[in-house]
Design a binder for this molecule. Sequence first.
Ligand code: ATP
Ligand code: MG
Length: 421
Amino acid sequence: MLTSGPRGTKDILPDSSGYWQYVEKTIREVCQNFAYQEIRTPVFEHTELFLRGIGDTTDIVEKEMYTFSDRAKRSITLRPENTAAVVRSYLENKLYSGPQPTKLYYIGPMFRYDRPQAGRYRQFHQFGVEAIGAQGPSIDAEVISLAVALLKKLGLNDLNLLINSVGCPQCRPVYRTKLQDFFRDNVAHLCSDCQSRYDRNPMRILDCKNETCAEYSQGAPHMLDCLCEECSDHFSGLQKLLTAAGINFAINLRLVRGLDYYTKTAFEIQYSPLGAQSAVCGGGRYDGLIAECGGQPTPGIGFAIGIERVLLALEKQELLPQINSTIDVFVAPLGVETQAAAFQLLSKLRHAGIAADMDFMNRSLKAQMKYANKYPAKFVALIGEDELAQQKIMLKNMETGSQELMDMTALVHMILEGMEK
Ligand code: ATP
Ligand code: MG
């Protein structure tokens, strides 16, 4: 227990944290490029927010939430996703009173009681954006193109962008009835989840992963045939915009949500080399969500990308960058008496902004040189008894092998000059 973390969690160790930093830096650059600003909300919220904001017929709410009572008996949930929390914050902090749309992004851990396997964890990380306040298809196209731009910038090219429309509260009831008519005679053959979905949320039968349910879904009526004029115009508008921006997409009729506040555009980006867990990005429009959370009716759209899956994809395609751990100077004290001088030099170097380290293990000269080569260090500053007596250091250039006796201040100047070049 004490030497292993809870199932479905993992440590991000120094040998891979550089890759995380690289992905996060790329995310921030793309968001700046698209004029989205960062928001950081707490990792826990009132459970009620997720019941309302995700919907109590979803897998997340039915099976996957980490919910507990705090000491004052309030029901608290570790966030399983971040759209509901961003909407809560948007309302609480009146972000609607600023210039619209409100364009936000976040990066952070999410928690779901999922079945752990490659690309599926119980604590995982998402990067997501939310664009709140704009209603036309151009913001949908922007949000989708941001996700595509990020994945492409990271070097992932074989992306499958799938889009669909789930209609709106005007046209969806008609479709819902058609679907129920279609499944009526076969309800008993569907999985137990889908049997309860039949009444509560029949659209979700279409994306059930159970093979039998998939078979019984063959030939089901299409939402796209039932869209009202507004939803239909929105969907064709989006396709025009994506085409204009040179973004490839395919329509996938099985992309559904089926809760009243999810409207119009639904999309997913798959990266097929990932196999079973191939979805890297899921998103869509939620024009009813803000009112559901107690605000004025306000349209919104967003997506979330799973960072672990992106990293898996980058690793698979050998797209992870070389992580640089080089330092400028390794200070090598030879003998205990030289340690204070060595530490003084180390402090001077770091104070001047030079990346430096020293031996803390009383290693031999040979072992210190070997250690310095691991970074690798560009220079080693040796301080032995002779150097100490002369108030100097012996500087070894690790590239050329040349050595030079110099005083500490000269060393700092020399390195700084080299850095400016
Ligand atoms: P899935 O069908 O794979 O469970 P989902 O529909 O639950 O996905 P979303 O809620 O749309 O996923 O989340 C967006 C993205 O977050 C997913 O495309 C995926 O990349 C990532 N993701 C979701 N759940 C997990 C998890 N348990 N571990 C790692 N990444 C995850
Ligand atoms: Mg899931």
